[in-house]
Design a protein around this ligand. Structure first.
Ligand SMILES: Nc1ncnc2c1ncn2[C@@H]1O[C@H](COP(=O)(O)OP(=O)(O)OP(=O)(O)O)[C@@H](O)[C@H]1O
Length: 458
């Protein structure tokens, strides 16, 4: 396994995070730009603090370097913990043999599906039920088990819920991997709630919902990650409801993950909530100390990294709530050992842990973030909020923004007026209106509470 592949994978994740709506405008990159110019690059090698990447053509190289050179330099620095310069080379038929050998897209671990298997999932009391349910779903397609249980009924739908970074996606992808490997004839769809929404929005825009329906309603196994995102979005919920019914009635398996138990999602339609409770639900929780140690050891083993017990203990003691952070630490230690020739030590681990903790601290709550979070919740754009449109949906989103700017950031009415380019005197009135509204309207209060929670957690 080529560890530069892992480093590059982290770099891609870092760059993808920059496409998020919570990233300030001056730092954000477009998702299409990411897909067109960054995601297409291949890792080649790292030498003397230069990361060499491969592009398919000189055109891609030039475009990427001009538009994203700085972003890539920064991303490598963040992942590695020291400055790295990116250089892009053009791959082609005349590529030296040596270069071809290093491009190992087909290696065991470069394929995400290979990593997200049941074998690579460490079980502990925090996740054993979720693991057992997922494994049962993956095995239900094997004839020998079909007679023992009636999983179509018992495990359908299966919902895995819990906080971020605790293995929900891993388990879901493990189902996908196992079923697709053993039953290539089945039509399996894995998607995220966000991708489902984007696809539907596009289908509606191009007036082509037929293909959308056909795709989802013909699945044998439908897996949707982070389904909570559809809550509060009426059109999306309607679509999901119909897709769900078609598949459920046809006895097709549905697996969903969510960061919260669906029955606790205040903005989820009752009819969906009822349907989701027809099957089984299991949570994943933060792992205990022993499980954390086992996860660290497994991740190190996958990276062919030898860590002493002391280093493993240190990581397990310091990072308790998010497995993604444990994994990130192990990967970063591996990268450092390769590129600095140091062996993994307590002090190296301490350094990496510190960086991981700092980089995972919630990002600052800026005016832009507040506007973008409110815009998201009300299905309007940030520009709408800043505009003078009086459409009721936009107008209420704008008032809620004013309320949150005051409540969360403690801004004065003058500052709020300046930030939104609006008359200061009306800010007071809007703030009072919203304060009164929240006393009488529970649904609106839940929405505002959710927005504030999201702002504080991210
Ligand atoms: N029990 C486990 N054993 C091994 N690896 C694990 C385990 N739990 C989580 N991981 C690893 O931790 C990382 C984060 O897990 P995953 O992406 O599945 O989290 P999640 O719950 O889906 O988070 P989010 O809600 O943010 O999407 C993954 O790389 C996954 O392989």
């Amino acid at each position: 396994m080529n560890s530069f592949n892992d480093v590059f994978e982290e770099v891609l994740k870092y760059c993808y995070r920059l496409t998020g709506s919570d990233v300030p405008n001056d730092k954000r990159i477009s998702e299409s730009g990411y897909r067109m110019w960054i995601q297409v690059l291949k890792p080649y090698k790292m030498e003397n603090n230069v990361a060499y990447l491969l592009a398919k053509s000189d055109f891609v190289k030039q475009q990427t370097m001009t538009a994203y050179g700085d972003v890539l330099n920064k991303a490598f620095e963040e992942v590695m913990g020291f400055p790295i310069k990116v250089d892009i080379m053009v791959s082609g038929d005349d590529e030296p043999e040596e270069k071809k050998e290093i491009r190992i897209e087909d290696t065991e671990l470069s394929d995400e599906a290979d990593v997200y298997t049941f074998d690579n999932f460490i079980r502990g009391s925090s996740n054993s039920l979720a693991y057992a349910f997922c494994n049962a779903v993956a095995e239900k397609y094997d004839d020998k088990n079909a007679e023992q249980i009636d999983p179509d009924k018992v495990f359908n739908p299966l919902i895995i819920y819990g906080d971020s970074g605790l293995g929900k996606t891993h388990l879901m992808k493990a189902i996908e991997y196992k079923v697709s490997k053993n039953h290539p004839e089945l039509k399996i769809i894995y998607t995220t709630g966000e991708a489902f929404i984007n696809e539907l929005v596009k289908a509606l825009e191009f007036k082509d919902t037929v293909n959308f329906h056909e795709k989802y309603r013909n699945a044998d196994l439908l897996l949707i990650d982070d389904i909570q995102i559809i809550a509060g979005k009426e059109r999306m919920q309607d679509e999901f409801f119909h897709t769900f019914n078609e598949l459920y009635n046809a006895r097709k398996q549905i697996v969903l993950t969510s960061d919260i138990l669906p029955s606790k999602m205040t903005k989820l339609q009752d009819r969906i909530s009822t349907r989701l409770s027809l099957g089984v639900q299991a949570d994943v929780q933060a792992p205990d100390f022993e499980t954390r140690m086992a996860i660290i050891n497994r991740k190190a083993e996958l990276l062919q990294l030898k860590l002493s017990d002391n280093v493993v203990r240190l990581i397990a003691e310091k990072l308790k709530t998010n497995i993604r952070q444990l994994e990130g630490t192990v990967k970063k230690i591996k990268a450092l050992t390769v590129y600095t020739n140091e062996s993994p030590s307590i002090s190296m681990a301490q350094r990496v842990i510190k960086e991981i903790i700092i980089s995972n601290q919630p990002s600052e709550i800026t005016v832009d973030r507040i506007i973008s979070e409110v815009a998201n919740a009300f299905d309007v754009t940030a520009d709408d909020i800043r505009s003078n449109h009086r459409h009721s949906k936009i107008s209420i989103a704008r008032k809620i923004t004013i309320y949150i700017l005051k409540e969360v950031k403690g801004m004065t009415y003058t500052q709020i007026g300046d930030a939104l380019n609006k008359n200061h005197s009306t800010m007071t009135i809007h703030y009072r209106d919203v304060s009164n509204l929240l006393k009488s309207n529970k649904e609106m209060k839940d929405t505002v509470d959710d927005i504030i929670k999201n702002l504080k957690e991210k």
